[in-house]
Design a protein around this ligand. Structure first.
Ligand SMILES: Cc1cc2nc3c(=O)[nH]c(=O)nc-3n(C[C@H](O)[C@H](O)[C@H](O)COP(=O)(O)OP(=O)(O)OC[C@H]3O[C@@H](n4cnc5c(N)ncnc54)[C@H](O)[C@@H]3O)c2cc1C
Length: 201
């Protein structure tokens, strides 16, 4: 299951700062001297991780028309956190030569999967889905595995309360929070958050 960090109740603020890497820890410690507890509390925000596997195939190896942006795997069918497959070369021009296709399978890994499962196993799991759903009858030509630990914020009431507390503490300081980590998941939320930043400064 995805949750990557324990909830706020399970970490003291000091322990939470200790768990950050040097750069992040320095930033939080610096802010905490000025703005106190709300700075540190937000380090307990829960996150999700992601693993993506990109696979290039001969176009002729995939009988499916690929006239779509991808497919989503029904929750009850998901194995090893596989959630969806994007038809990258259908979504975006020039992502693959005309006789090739580029697909990307998305996983929501467990904590041990993201650290311990080999690239080869992730490629195998991805290929199995592509064969099952799209009927691939040859192996991929090239593959790339990317691991994104703790990369996706979980925006819930507790996180939003902590963001509001920190924004109150920062009010009038000339420092404003911006980005999807604070104001919602996804690029659209990141952009919305940035568009409003001047009003919060
Ligand atoms: C695998 C994956 C797939 C995704 N797919 C989609 C999608 O299809 N559609 C969608 O809308 N969203 C998607 N997202 C989410 C999207 O990427 C994020 O919501 C978006 O990038 C957030 O933008 P941001 O500017 O808030 O943060 P980021 O893009 O994370 O930028 C933060 C920047 O701050 C830098 N930084 C961090 N700490 C420090 C420090 N101490 N000092 C200096 N710099 C620092 C980082 O290096 C980074 O460059 C995906 C995310 C992942 C991980």
């Amino acid at each position: 299951m995805p949750a990557a960090r324990p909830s706020g109740d399970q970490h003291t603020p000091a322990a939470a700062v200790g768990a950050l890497d040097d750069e992040q820890g320095d930033a939080v410690r610096l802010l905490a001297t000025q703005f106190g507890t709300p700075t540190v509390q937000l380090t307990n925000a829960r996150t999700l991780s992601s693993v993506t596997v990109s696979l290039a195939y001969e176009r002729s190896a995939i009988p499916h028309a690929l006239a779509a942006t991808g497919f989503v795997i029904a929750t009850e069918e998901q194995t090893h956190g596989a959630r969806a497959c994007a038809f990258v070369s259908s979504k975006f021009a020039e992502r693959a030569p005309h006789d090739k296709v580029l697909l990307r399978v998305f996983f929501r890994p467990s904590e041990s999967d993201i650290r311990l499962t080999s690239d080869a196993t992730y490629v195998e799991r991805s290929s199995a889905w592509i064969t099952r759903v799209l009927g691939a009858h040859a192996p991929p030509l090239l593959t790339w595995v990317s691991r994104w630990a703790d990369a996706l914020p979980i925006v819930d009431e507790a996180q939003q309360t902590q963001v509001r507390a920190l924004e109150s503490a920062l009010a009038g300081s000339g420092i404003a929070l911006t980005g999807s980590a604070f104001h919602g998941a996804g690029s659209d939320a990141a952009v919305r958050s940035a568009v409003g930043v001047e009003k919060r400064l």
